[in-house]
Design a protein around this ligand. Structure first.
Ligand SMILES: *Cc1c(COP(=O)(O)O)cnc(C)c1O
Length: 433
């Protein structure tokens, strides 16, 4: 896959002072080969690279861009907000408004604290669970990614899988030993774990639809069992909706699957593309956070006025009556089209969708419900697919372990263009299989 001389030159320059030329490892092309494309600008469903080439984008900045890129109303809001000042380090009414909206849209949240990233949100939710219960152990699931804090970088998804390392160097073994990792969707393992360690478990954290190992949906009873065991042992149930929040449904995956967590972590969509995270939940637990309680958490730029105002504007669109119906319809058009295209050339491909989130698997397995199923998918075929599509002006995440994202700005024409290209690429892959 040869890039334009300009792209190659830019990537070489980037590598001089930036490790790997990227500021987040998922952007590197380690999982697919080649070098990342440099983006100049974006609009609606499209990215434009520095050579002016257009791509229909199914990454959406890894989730936030559910309205499409550079949505005029969001941009206008941010411009206005910027004129009023970038940060005050003091309360604004915008923080109250966004907190009110979040609590209304996600009723399990009674109080919410803003952070600057999803990583900060999950890291603090874990600390809060430990502070509230006075216990150390936490439970997470294989292939789920919850940001890059020490306790959570144990068998994390996507970026780590792509790098081929199950855990990060630099995480003390003493920390990792407090994190118990179980197979996703393994109900018996959850029960057995609580039977053995229940009294020591501060909390369980889970992606309610796993989106960092491609896409894996929860099987019936999985989330319910976690809820039930947490109740039994007075452990804190944390649902990590950084990716799924306001994407799988307006009320998040917790609304779709009708489970009520004690704490929820948020990010991505709530900032509309500006750096934001949040965690919230039961009042009794949230009151343990400083300044009310003894669990410390802070942030110089937290509740940043640009991000708050962008988030408030975002919800105006998300709360319109037909938003998710329309988003789901677009997704169904894309997924059924891709499935049909693969079936027609006889290539073993499976698709899944959850609101504005999708999974695409190069496999003949009939069921995708665990990390092991994902590991059995054909990575070489994915690589071919990725580059074939990129060449045709369609941008998928550069890893077989990432979910896909659609926006409300993707038109039927964009989707049909994608399916048409996929048909050609699937045929190429089939010919070489
Ligand atoms: C992206 C993500 C995070 C981390 O959020 P950042 O803003 O990248 O720190 C945490 N949990 C899940 C489920 C995510 O998808």
């Amino acid at each position: 896959m040869s890039l334009s001389p300009k792209q190659e030159q830019l990537f070489k320059q980037a590598n001089k002072h930036i490790p790997g030329g990227v500021n987040s490892p998922v952007r590197a092309f380690n999982g697919v080969g080649g070098t990342p494309i440099f983006i100049e600008k974006a609009q609606g469903a499209y990215l434009y690279d520095v050579d002016g080439k257009r791509y229909v984008d199914y990454v959406g900045s890894w989730g936030p861009m559910i309205l499409g890129h550079a949505h005029p109303a969001i941009i206008e809001t941010v411009q206005k907000a910027a004129q009023d000042g970038l940060s005050f380090g003091a309360p604004t009414v915008y923080e109250t408004t966004l907190a009110d909206i979040i609590c209304e849209v996600m009723p399990s949240i009674e109080m919410v604290r803003m952070t600057n990233s999803g990583t900060e949100a999950t890291m603090t939710a874990i600390r809060l669970a430990r502070g509230y219960t006075g216990r150390d152990k936490i439970v997470k699931f294989e292939g789920c990614y919850h940001g890059h804090s020490d306790s959570l970088l144990v068998k994390a998804g996507s970026g780590m899988l792509t790098l081929g390392e199950p855990t990060s160097k630099g995480v003390p073994a003493d920390f990792a030993q407090h994190t118990i990792t179980l197979p996703y969707n393994d109900i018996e393992a959850v029960k057995a774990c609580f039977a053995k360690f229940g009294q020591e478990i501060a909390g369980v954290i889970v992606e309610p639809v796993a989106g960092n190992m491609n896409l894996v949906k929860p099987i019936p009873g999985f989330l319910e069992t976690i809820r039930e065991q947490c109740d039994l042992f007075k452990s804190v149930f944390i649902i990590d909706e950084v990716m799924t929040g306001f994407r799988v449904a307006l009320g998040g995956a917790q609304a779709h699957y009708n489970v009520k967590p004690d704490l929820t972590t948020l990010g991505k969509i709530i900032g509309a593309g500006l750096p934001v995270g949040a965690f919230g939940g039961k009042r009794e637990i949230m009151e343990c956070i400083a300044p009310l309680g003894g669990v410390y958490q802070a942030g110089t730029l937290s509740g940043n006025p640009l991000a708050m105002r962008a988030g408030i504007k975002m919800f105006e669109f998300l709360r319109q009556p037909n938003f998710y119906t329309e988003l789901n319809a677009k997704m169904t058009r894309l997924m059924s089209g891709l499935q049909k295209a693969a079936d027609e050339v006889g290539l073993a491909v499976k698709t899944e969708q959850a609101g504005g989130l999708f999974g695409l698997y190069f496999t003949d397995q009939t069921e995708i419900s665990s990390f092991d199923h994902i590991l059995k998918c054909n990575v070489d075929q994915f690589r071919q697919f990725f580059h074939g599509m990129l060449q045709r002006g369609i941008n998928f995440a550069p890893s077989a372990f990432e979910a896909g994202f659609i926006s409300i700005a993707h038109s039927d024409e964009d989707i049909d263009f994608t399916i048409q290209a996929a048909q050609e690429v699937f045929a190429e892959i089939k010919a070489q299989a």
